[in-house]
Design a protein around this ligand. Structure first.
Ligand SMILES: Cc1cc2nc3c(=O)[nH]c(=O)nc-3n(C[C@H](O)[C@H](O)[C@H](O)COP(=O)(O)O)c2cc1C
Length: 196
């Protein structure tokens, strides 16, 4: 399955979510999986960060920048961004808006869409951010994939996508539950038949 994982991240949390999905797909033999960041021209070098954080932020910035064209040949698109004021970050929104070149001719129609976000505070809009990603997908005619309640037995997660509470920290490690959810959800995603 041809897959693109597109993310925006400033402090690294959404990068970790994106990278965990990427590694899960590669581990499952999905060589046609590509990882992209969206453009973020005003990201500043943050000098006060711990070494470990600086290292993975530098890895993050070595990734290719997504363009609207990279979506065209994909069956599955995973999009993730930090929750900013109950929505996606401006950089992710700018990327979405740039794909309007595909909108009128329905070039993304029928592609599967998965949403993920990290947020700083419970009950502060992470789900709204996921819904913004799905609202975008609906305008594009994409098929939103939700997370079934059975994905990790005994744990009910958000149906709208992966929601990770970073508690305002810079991303250094994801918790075990989030990694397990991404692994199990990746298994599920790879069992859904190609729609195009
Ligand atoms: C401008 C701004 C707005 C934010 N708005 C919210 C919000 O509405 N709800 C929330 O839970 N966290 C909010 N946060 C916290 C981020 O979502 C959180 O720190 C996130 O994990 C950052 O993701 P990143 O590490 O990928 O950059 C906001 C942070 C910033 C800088």
């Amino acid at each position: 399955m041809k897959t693109a994982i597109i993310f925006h991240s400033v402090c690294g949390n959404d990068y970790l979510l994106a990278r965990t999905f990427f590694e899960a797909f590669i581990k499952r033999g999905q060589k046609d999986t590509e990882l992209y960041r969206v453009s973020d021209d005003d990201w500043k070098d943050q000098l006060d960060l711990p070494e470990a954080t600086r290292k993975h932020l530098s890895d993050m910035f070595s990734l290719p920048v997504a363009t609207p064209e990279v979506l065209l040949d994909k069956d599955l698109i995973l999009m993730g961004a930090p929750t900013y004021f109950g929505n996606v970050s401006a950089e992710m929104k700018a990327f979405m808006d740039a794909t309007s070149c595909h909108w009128f001719e329905g070039k993304l129609a029928g592609k599967k869409l998965v949403a993920f976000t990290s947020y700083g505070n419970s009950e502060s809009g992470g789900s709204l951010c996921l819904q913004s990603i799905h609202t975008y997908g609906q305008h594009m005619g994409m098929i939103s994939v939700s997370i079934p309640t059975t994905t990790v037995p005994g744990k009910i997660s958000s149906p709208y996508g992966v929601l990770y509470n970073s508690q305002g920290k810079y991303g250094e490690l994801l918790d075990k539950d989030t990694i397990k959810l991404i692994e199990k959800f990746s298994d599920y995603l790879l069992k859904i038949p190609a729609s195009r």
